[in-house]
Design a protein around this ligand. Structure first.
Ligand code: FES
Ligand code: FES
Length: 163
């Protein structure tokens, strides 16, 4: 007698330190929709949906990626960190605290992506110079023109000016 067909294995992802599972049928779904709609992690913002604005940036195994351009299947088995996983209002990540101190957010739409990207930069280079910060944030669009304050916030965390 034929046995019951094995059900396809679920996709497993660790999100902000917690193991989560997704249906294999959702493998082609952009990661951002799963994070926002299924997990309720709405801090990751959907801007262009085309990989051009950076608002949707999250960390995948510590690397900043655009979650609108990454499928659930591509992220399976990896560690995802969203803006919620970096810190909280009570215990902010240093980048979050610096953004607050420098009032680097205006409307705040681009801010989660900028913060996540900046945290990744500082994790691999604790003392970036101004050009390195600008290069890291180059692909992040801000319609409010907050770039100067963002730069100031990141530079306040160990950035160095070239002599
Ligand atoms: S929403 Fe992903 S890059 Fe713009
Ligand atoms: S603060 Fe408004 S889009 Fe950047």
């Amino acid at each position: 007698m034929p046995g019951k067909p094995a059900s396809p294995r679920k996709l497993s992802l660790t999100v902000n330190g917690t193991l989560r599972q997704a249906l294999p049928a959702d493998g082609d779904m952009p990661l951002i929709f799963w994070l926002r709609d299924d997990l309720g992690l709405a801090g990751t913002h959907l801007g262009c949906g085309k990989g051009e604005c950076g608002a949707c940036t999250v960390l995948v195994d510590g690397q900043p990626v655009r979650s609108c351009q990454t499928t659930l299947a591509e992220a399976a088995g990896k560690e995802i960190t969203t803006i919620e996983g970096l810190g909280s209002p009570e215990a902010p990540h240093p980048v979050q605290a610096a953004f607050v101190a420098e009032q680097a957010a205006q409307c705040g739409f681009c801010t989660p992506g900028m913060v996540v990207e900046s945290a990744a930069l500082l994790a691999r280079n604790a003392q970036p110079d101004r050009d390195e910060v600008k290069t890291a944030l180059d692909g992040h669009l801000c319609r409010c023109g907050s770039h100067h304050r963002v730069l100031r916030a990141v530079m306040s965390l160990g950035g160095r000016d070239k002599s």
